[in-house]
Design a protein around this ligand. Structure first.
Ligand SMILES: Nc1ncnc2c1ncn2[C@@H]1O[C@H](COP(=O)(O)OP(=O)(O)O)[C@@H](O)[C@H]1O
Ligand SMILES: [Mg+2]
Length: 281
C-alpha cells in the first residue's frame, strides 16, 4: 500500500499541493485530473522525490519515502519510474541506449560510466522495445523519432527499471489521438499484466474515464474528488474544473481530446504491443 498523509508543498506564499491524503493499493490505475495549476505535477514530483514536500509524509510498504536519502532515495526513484509529457530522452543517443539508461540505478557507477551493458540487459531492452512495437527503431537517434514513438521509448526505458509504480505526467498531452491511444494502451497493459501501479496526470477527462479505475480530481492543490469514473457526475466535474466566467459550467468536450479513431486503425496500430518475449532472442 502506498500512502500520502497531509502532503503539502508551498512555493513562497503559493500552496501548490494542499494537505493531500491518499491510500493507493498496489496495482491500481489512477488518473489525476484538474485544471492547469491545480497541483497535479507537483504531486507526482513529490512522490518521486524530484521535489520535497513542505510538510506531510509519503509511505510505501511501511517505509517513509519522504525521509529517504542517498542510495535508498535512488532505489526509490528507480522503483517509481517517471514518464513526462516531453519524453525526456537523450535525443542524440540511439533508442537502445536510451532504453538501457533505465538500468543505471541497478548497476555500479563504473560500469555505467563505461557504458557497459550486459548481454542480458541488451536482450531485455530489445524485448521492451518489441513489446511496444518499436524494435525497428533501436539503432536510430532518439531525437529523429515521432512523438508517439519517443513516448513509447520512454515507457520501454521505464520498464527497464523494473518499477513498482509508474508515474506519468500528462503522457499524451503532446500526441495526436492515435498515438495517445497507443501510449495509454501501453500503460494499461503494464498495469494489468505486471500489476504495476500507474498514477497518471491527464488533461482530458474522457481519457481518465476510459482508462482509469480510480479518478482523483484536484482543484487549487486539494483533492476535491476521489472515486470511480462512474461516480464522476456533472456536479463533481464542476467541482474539479469550476465554472467559467459566464457561469455556464464546464462542458465535458472542453476537456477532451477524444481518443476517437476508427476501430480498425486502432487495432492495426496496437498490434505492435506484443507480450514480453525473451525466448528465442
Ligand atoms: N517550481 C515552482 N516554483 C514556483 N511555483 C510553482 C513551481 N512549481 C509549481 N508552481 C506553482 O504551483 C501550482 C501548481 O503547479 P503544478 O503542480 O505544475 O500544476 P498542474 O500540473 O496541475 O498544472 C501552480 O500555481 C504553479 O505555478
Ligand atoms: Mg502539470
Amino acid at each position: 500500500m502506498f500512502k500520502l498523509r497531509n502532503v503539502t508543498r508551498r512555493f513562497g506564499k503559493k500552496t501548490a499541493v494542499d494537505s493531500v491524503t491518499l491510500d493507493i493499493p498496489q496495482g491500481q490505475m489512477v488518473g489525476v485530473i484538474g485544471r492547469s495549476g491545480a497541483g497535479k505535477s507537483t504531486l507526482l514530483r513529490m512522490i518521486n522525490r524530484l521535489q520535497q514536500p513542505t510538510s506531510g509524509s509519503i509511505h510505501f510498504a511501511g517505509v517513509e519515502v519522504s525521509g529517504l536519502r542517498g542510495q535508498a532515495l535512488r532505489n526509490w526513484q528507480r522503483d517509481c519510474a517517471m514518464i513526462f509529457q516531453q519524453y525526456n530522452l537523450v535525443p542524440r543517443l540511439d533508442v537502445l541506449t536510451n532504453v538501457l539508461l533505465g538500468r543505471l540505478n541497478h548497476r555500479s557507477t563504473v560500469m555505467s560510466l563505461l557504458g557497459l551493458f550486459t548481454r542480458e540487459e541488451r536482450i531485455h531492452a530489445i524485448a521492451a522495445l518489441e513489446r511496444l512495437g518499436i524494435e525497428q527503431t533501436a539503432l536510430q537517434m532518439a531525437g529523429t523519432l515521432s512523438g508517439g514513438q519517443q513516448q513509447r521509448v520512454a515507457i520501454a526505458r521505464a520498464l527497464m527499471q523494473n518499477p513498482k509504480m509508474v508515474l506519468a505526467d500528462e503522457p499524451i498531452a503532446s500526441l495526436d489521438p492515435l498515438n495517445a491511444k497507443i501510449v495509454m494502451d501501453a500503460l494499461r497493459d503494464i498495469n494489468e499484466r505486471e500489476g504495476i501501479t500507474v498514477i497518471t496526470n491527464l488533461h482530458t477527462l474522457d481519457t481518465a474515464r476510459n482508462y482509469c479505475e480510480r479518478i482523483v480530481g484536484m482543484a487549487a492543490g486539494r483533492v476535491v474528488f476521489d472515486g470511480k469514473p462512474s461516480e464522476l457526475t456533472a456536479d463533481a466535474v464542476k467541482q474539479i474544473y469550476g465554472t467559467d466566467r459566464d457561469g455556464a459550467g464546464i462542458d465535458e468536450t472542453m476537456t477532451s481530446t477524444s481518443i476517437n479513431i476508427p476501430a480498425a486503425a486502432a487495432a492495426k496500430q496496437s498490434a505492435g504491443l506484443q507480450p514480453l518475449a525473451l525466448a528465442g532472442l
